[in-house]
Write a protein that binds this ligand. Structure first.
Ligand code: PMP
Length: 361
């Protein structure tokens, strides 16, 4: 069958997600396993969100609203953009796929950082585009290098802000510099999956950028801070023209009705998420302090995950931790030798991780 498919997909390396808890329990015969591997919210969504989910589940026989009317209205008010400037996806991953599907064909090129979130590369490669991956410099995007990699065939630049796995962010100045240095017909895709965690004062005002630059698309998600990774909902914000183009490659019922109701309830329960953010900062500090005591280097992060240099074989450390029921991510496979990426969990989870880490390094 290989000669029957699109040639471009043969070179695609499938994305390998963090191992599910149940898999690790089965494989190692463990009763208790914690997962700090996929940057999820360890507390789950708010009780009000769970109520909204239960209520919406009574209408499961009906197709969802393909236009996400109620959520669209609420979000457009919150973000102060036109309702038509929003596109919804089955996770923000899907909006990345829309951009690749709508803009790229064989012979086109995209620019990404390396390592960065792998879906940019996978979605682009599927469409047959060449991926120019510019190595990070000291864990930060090499913006000058990325600008230098732009050529006549470049259609999209993908930027994670903050990025995964580095946990670093761009400032307003960085973004203005990039946008001022490239052609106006290149789509600048700013992925803000971790937006809700960022407190840094010089972080980009991306909604402001969208008003100024017609070639910018920003994505956000309900999977991370809002704790809805399991029901898949994210969205993109851009100029009306870009959203119209992205909508053309979207399936009519791509976002399910439970996800829409849950996302709307999240927006209406900001107090709960404020508490979670506060606790995350406490836990982040606790992890930093203990990692220092363990004499390990790490990247300070503005997200809910930390990149740690375990100063040894990170693949072995990852496996040894898994045997102890702690799932984290080995960054060796993303080109960061000796590094692991750990999601900040609850206090109990973090303590278990730190104890396990100390015992295996
Ligand atoms: N962008 C980045 C940088 C991510 O880390 C993730 C999740 N791992 C996503 C996008 C996708 O999130 P989702 O599809 O769940 O919205």
């Amino acid at each position: 069958m290989k000669n029957k498919v699109k040639k471009s997909i043969l070179g695609v390396k499938p994305y390998i997600p963090g191992k599910p808890i149940e898999d690790v329990k089965r494989e190692f015969g463990l009763k208790s396993v914690i997962k700090l591997a996929s940057n999820e919210n360890p507390y789950g969504p708010s009780p009000k969100v769970l109520k909204a989910i239960a209520l919406q589940s009574k209408s499961l026989n009906r197709y969802p609203d393909g236009g996400c009317f109620c959520l669209r209205e609420a979000l457009s008010k919150k973000l102060n953009v036109d309702p038509g400037q929003l596109v919804f996806g089955n996770g923000s991953d899907e909006v990345i796929v829309f951009a690749a599907r709508a803009f790229l064909k064989e012979g086109d090129e995209v620019v990404v950082a390396y390592p960065s979130f792998l879906i940019y590369e996978i979605a682009s490669s599927i469409e047959g585009a060449k991926v120019n991956a510019i190595p990070l410099k000291d864990f930060r995007y090499d913006l000058k290098g990325m600008i230098a990699a732009v050529n006549d065939r470049t259609k999209i630049i993908f930027l994670g802000n903050p990025d995964n796995p580095s946990g670093q962010y761009f400032t307003q100045k960085d973004m203005e510099f990039l946008l001022g240095s490239i052609r106006k017909d290149i789509l600048v895709f700013i992925d803000e999956a971790y937006f809700e965690y960022v407190d840094e004062k010089d972080y980009v005002d991306s909604i402001g950028l969208i008003k100024k630059y017609k070639n910018v698309v920003v994505t956000r998600t309900f999977s991370k801070m809002y704790g809805l990774a399991g029901i898949r909902i994210g969205f993109g914000i851009a100029d009306l023209e870009i959203i119209d183009l992205l909508n053309r490659v979207r399936e009519p019922f791509n976002v399910n009705s439970i996800a829409q109701a849950a996302a709307l309830a999240c927006l209406n329960d900001q107090a709960y998420y404020k508490k979670i953010k506060k606790e995350l900062f406490v836990q982040r500090k606790y992890l930093y302090n203990t990692l220092c005591k363990l004499n390990l280097d790490f990247q300070e992060t503005c997200t809910n995950f930390i990149l740690i240099n375990v100063k040894s074989d990170s693949s072995k450390v990852t496996n040894d931790l898994m045997k102890k029921g702690v799932i984290i991510r080995n960054m060796d496979v993303w080109g960061m030798k000796g590094y692991i990426r750990v999601t900040i969990g609850t206090e109990k989870e973090n303590t278990r991780f730190l104890k396990a880490l100390e015992s295996v390094i």
